[in-house]
Design a protein around this ligand. Sequence first.
Ligand code: ATP
Length: 456
Amino acid sequence: MPAPNMELIVSLAKRRGFVFPSSEIYGGMAGFWDYGPLGVELKNNVKAAWWRQMVQLRDDIVGLDAAIIMNPRVWEASGHVSGFSDPMVDCRNCKFRFRADDLKGPPSEIACPNCGNRGTLTDARQFNLMFRTQVGPLEESASVAYLRPETAQGIFVNFDNVATTSRQKLPFGIAQIGKSFRNEITPGNFIFRDREFEQMEMEFFVHPAQEDKWFTYWVAERMRWWTDEMGIGPDRLRLRAHDRDELSHYSRQTTDVEYAFPMGWSELEGVADRGDFDLAAHAAASGKSLSLFDAASGEHVVPRVIEPAMGVDRAVLTVLLDGYHEELVAGEKRVVLRIKPTLAPIKAAVLPLLRNRPELVEVAQRLTADLKRRMSATYDDTASIGKLYRRQDEIGTPFCITVDVDSLTDGAATIRERDSMTQERVALSAIPERLGALLGGEATWAGVPRGSDTAQ
Ligand code: ATP
């Protein structure tokens, strides 16, 4: 099934407060986005799912949070000052800029894709994607610094610090989540290609003899994560190995996890075999040894590095696209975001059936307060029950709890599940525990189809 078109997701994101254009009241800024109340929850849940899987559930990976601005020598040694660039072409007529590899032919032969003129495109020249800034009050060349274009280098320069303080033995990894910045020539496709974005990268250090084995392991493990932990449909995911001529300057082999985005198959995550490129380069440039004694082999080695690297914003976009469904319920369109409950911004919404009955409102608000202690929960009585359900369906809330007149006598309420729309009657006092168990995967849903007189 093809992914829904991007406009539907951009519109849902704006309308429901997931993502706004940055500084929108001033006309926005290309390549920059702000996450609204629901977006920040979704994004935090994506990051938490990665951190849990990569760091908290494993013995062989530890975390790090390095500074965004580092000594500029880092970027000289890593090859980014000389090599982190895209070929850029300008149109002399309309002044538009393009990535040469996005053009369908040599610049001298084709028409400008923006204004249509021929013979107006310049030859390609290399454009460095790093943002430059100044550190300190003096504007001189010695104060030039860069906003990091990847989080990985913060890990490499801390390799020795982490290895010695965490007493890890090969193989082991260091994981980091943080902002990265790239002055992309053509940002676009909503939050797919940004100038400021967030990455989740993990550098896994291995004995040279085990490099290929671990590369294969991480490619398979990352694919598993996308389907099992993120709930992305396997038919919209594929692996693609890079050809020799498209490898980054540091890579020995790379396989991308790609998703069937509306604009075509595109990279979601890259698993790169960086060899010893980075540790060797930083050892040479800094004069510090970045090798390790490997007790298993009795050798001193410069480890090889396998890196799964992904973008948080692309992951959020993928979750929204993949979860978006439209269906007909009783002749009316229902938009439902079928996302993993662990990722849902709100886990439970409490909805009183009648908002003009203070006793009902009180019961519902007390239940909301109870739920809030365990999960993100919300209370809403600002529309009819049918409308309230639709609101929650559209933002992916897995459970709605309806408090009705019977609740006052039977002390129970109805839990409705998002995808099946079936319902379960549960004692008010047992609802937080029941939902906790369902969300934690320790219980199975036992809902039954609703009665014909109730809203769906
Ligand atoms: P692309 O080929 O799309 O430019 P890349 O190969 O340069 O990406 P990497 O350097 O491998 O990307 O970065 C790792 C991950 O970071 C990517 O898989 C992607 O998810 C994310 N990423 C990279 N650039 C951007 C960007 N400009 N905006 C959002 N996410 C990005």
